[in-house]
Design a protein around this ligand. Structure first.
Ligand SMILES: NC(=O)c1ccc[n+]([C@@H]2O[C@H](COP(=O)([O-])OP(=O)(O)OC[C@H]3O[C@@H](n4cnc5c(N)ncnc54)[C@H](OP(=O)(O)O)[C@@H]3O)[C@@H](O)[C@H]2O)c1
Length: 299
């Protein structure tokens, strides 16, 4: 049986990975600060990796948050994320590492995010610390050539099992949480943060987990690889879909004083489809229905 270490295993992606991984095939270890495995402490990282001796590490540990959160805590987000990659690669020598990177690391202004153009421009200013730390994760992996790494570029994720603080989660789950609060407070209007115009691609987190587990078992994947549907939806349309599914009867209004972020974030799926021809993504409305049910039962 192989040993699979999930760093950040109790986070949003980590919880979904735990549901998907075949426990007959992998002995799973979930670690994070809550279990005493602080990736910011090099001695702890060295000791725990020596104890576990994993064959595969899925590195979900990250200092994450909403667009507004990563701007407010920019210096800490950059320092923590880059330090975590450095401390991990410093001591790993005989394990496969999978890094789920974010499409915030693409140039801020492009129509379609192609892997071969990933470096062709600066990341959007609104996600500078987060996007650049993900690019650094890739650089750090390339500099440790003896460690096999799969770098995956994910779009914004949504789905059950995420945080309940709208300031810590990405926009889709954040809008579901805030719209449920709006309804419970009896307010007549739901406020979308920003103009509603940005176009975003959304991945149901369970799909991301399924794909990551498939990737572990594949050789010769492009590095990095987009986990892509090549499908974008505006924030305004997403808010309308949530409104319809939740049955909210009030108005949707926009607060342009809040940052929009990059205008368009859609991943090119050419390489993805070449490698995963038959993968079927969860239907977007069905995914939102399941997420709404989750938050209605959790909040
Ligand atoms: N969510 C998305 O929409 C999305 C989209 C694209 C890519 N990704 C990427 O996927 C990965 C996982 O994201 P997620 O949404 O699952 O994030 P998350 O829910 O915030 O989970 C992050 C995990 O990292 C752990 N962590 C934070 N600081 C740590 C430290 N110093 N040492 C050890 N563990 C630490 C946290 O646990 P403790 O607090 O217990 O330490 C938590 O379990 C990240 O690399 C993220 O960039 C996510």
């Amino acid at each position: 049986m192989k040993k699979l270490l999930i760093l950040g295993g109790l986070g949003f992606l980590g919880k979904h990975l735990n549901k998907i991984v075949d426990k007959q095939k992998y002995a799973v270890y979930n670690e994070s600060r809550r279990t005493g495995f602080d990736l910011l402490n090099p001695e702890v990282v060295q000791k725990r990796l020596n104890d576990i001796k994993p064959d595969v590490i899925i590195n979900c540990a990250a200092h994450t948050g909403s667009l507004h959160y990563v701007s407010e805590f920019a210096a800490d987000v950059l320092y923590d994320n880059v330090s975590m990659y450095l401390n991990l690669y410093k001591v790993v020598d005989n394990a496969l590492i999978v890094n789920p990177l974010s499409n915030c690391s693409y140039p801020g202004v492009v129509d379609i995010q192609k892997e071969e153009e990933w470096w062709d421009g600066p990341v959007h200013d609104s996600v500078l610390p987060y996007g650049m730390s993900k690019r650094m994760g890739y650089i750090i992996s390339r500099c440790h050539r003896h460690v096999r790494t799969i770098n995956l570029l994910l779009p914004n994720a949504y789905g059950p099992l995420d945080d309940t603080d709208p300031n810590k989660v990405h926009a889709l789950n954040g809008m579901i949480i805030r719209m449920i609060h709006t309804m419970r407070n009896g307010s007549e209007a739901f406020v979308v943060w920003g103009t509603g115009k940005p176009i975003r691609e959304w991945i149901y987190m369970e799909d991301a987990a399924r794909l990551i587990v498939k990737c572990i078992e594949r050789d010769n994947l492009p590095n990095p690889l987009n986990l892509a549907q090549a499908r974008g939806i505006s924030i305004a349309d997403t808010a309308r879909t949530i409104k319809e599914i939740l049955g909210f009867e009030g108005r949707i209004i926009f607060d342009p004083s809040k940052k929009d972020g990059a205008p368009i974030k859609i991943l090119c799926d050419k390489n993805f489809r070449h490698n995963f021809k038959d993968f079927v993504f969860t239907d977007y409305k069905e995914g939102i229905k399941r997420t709404v049910e989750y938050y209605k039962g959790t909040l």
